[in-house]
Design a binder for this molecule. Structure first.
Ligand code: PSU
Ligand code: MN
Length: 309
């Protein structure tokens, strides 16, 4: 028997939102512990939570603390995640370890989707998702995020995938697994730092009401699994494509030469890109997460209207 209540721990704010039937937006924590440096990581987390509150929903940042899946974190817990070098990056395979060993765990997109679904939250906002790495035909490096999207019913609002990945193969993988890729405000699938990847999304749906109707229809049909709602970085904060391409190539070569493997690959590339752009990539990263929070908040509110119908 699953005793989920043994594992889930809701914050007071999230508990109150559940009782009142308010829209709730899940947020991941690997972006805090492994995706950005301190103190910008904690500032970003706080500001994103506030954008969600200002939009009329309640934020639920998810992390593993003291043997519990914490859904909604206190300011002190956000600070802890942002300052603990030993916080573990937790994906699907790591959840039983970090919970049973009572370690501090920051959840990836995959693990956050699992925890959000357990907590009854259908909308999750992040920056970028993992995908098929370049050279995956020999390294087999395909993020567990993609397999999670194939099976766990949570909508993920993101700014697409970074060009550190093979974007074309990532989209092929998602197609094979029946994961729909929606784009907001444009036909193209965005590439995180830039608005266009050169690939099209499957469906363009500009309004939260249309996105919610799409997602609700998928799940009503019994088609389990996630939906990607890809939202391009605001034009004013996008990075020049040539610059990010050159830096990405350099970071990838360094990872290769340094023998960086497994779960270290993505954090290594993120931090090298930040260094090589003198921090400008970090400003873009923060801007796009905030933009995603606005889209995700509207979507979470629209989802409630659809489900209540
Ligand atoms: N991509 C980003 N920023 C991030 C991540 C990915 O642009 O912070 C994080 C997310 O938590 C994502 C994880 O789920 O990295 C994917 O890691 P991997 O490639 O090892 O599956
Ligand atoms: Mn990987």
């Amino acid at each position: 028997m699953t005793q989920l209540q043994n594992f889930l721990l809701f914050s007071q704010e999230v508990l109150a939102a559940r009782a009142a039937g308010k829209a709730i937006v899940a947020l991941e924590s690997t972006i805090i512990s492994h995706g950005m440096p301190y103190p910008q990581n904690v500032e970003m987390a706080r500001e994103v939570e506030q954008i969600i509150r200002d939009g009329g929903a309640v934020p639920a940042t998810i992390a593993i603390i003291d043997g519990k899946i914490c859904v909604g974190l206190s300011p002190e817990q956000l600070e802890l995640l942002g300052t603990s070098p030993d916080a573990m990056k937790v994906s699907r395979r790591d959840l039983p370890f970090v919970l049973s060993q009572r370690k501090l765990g920051a959840t990836t997109v995959a693990a956050t989707m699992i925890c959000a679904e357990l907590a009854g939250i259908t909308v999750f906002v992040t920056g970028g998702i993992g995908g098929v790495h370049r050279g995956a035909e020999t390294s087999f490096d395909i993020s567990a995020d993609l397999q999670e999207l194939a099976q766990t019913s949570v909508a993920v609002v993101c700014a697409g995938v970074k060009s550190i990945l093979d974007i074309g193969l990532t989209l092929e993988y998602l197609e094979t697994h029946g994961v729909p890729v929606i784009s907001v405000g444009q036909e193209g699938f965005p590439a995180f730092f830039t608005r266009e990847s050169g690939f099209k999304a499957d469906f363009r749906l500009d309004t939260a009401a249309e996105q919610a109707a799409f997602i609700d229809t998928k799940w009503q049909l019994g088609l389990k699994g996630g939906v990607i709602v890809s939202n391009p970085v605001p034009a004013a904060q996008a990075m020049p494509k040539e610059e990010i391409d050159a830096i990405t190539t350099q970071a990838l070569q360094e990872a290769d030469a340094g023998g960086v493997k497994g779960k270290q690959v993505t954090p290594f590339l993120l931090s090298r890109i930040k260094q090589l752009t003198d921090g400008r990539s970090l400003a873009t990263n923060i801007a796009l997460v905030k933009h995603n929070a606005q889209v995700g908040t509207a979507l979470a509110i629209a989802m409630r209207a659809v489900v209540a119908r």
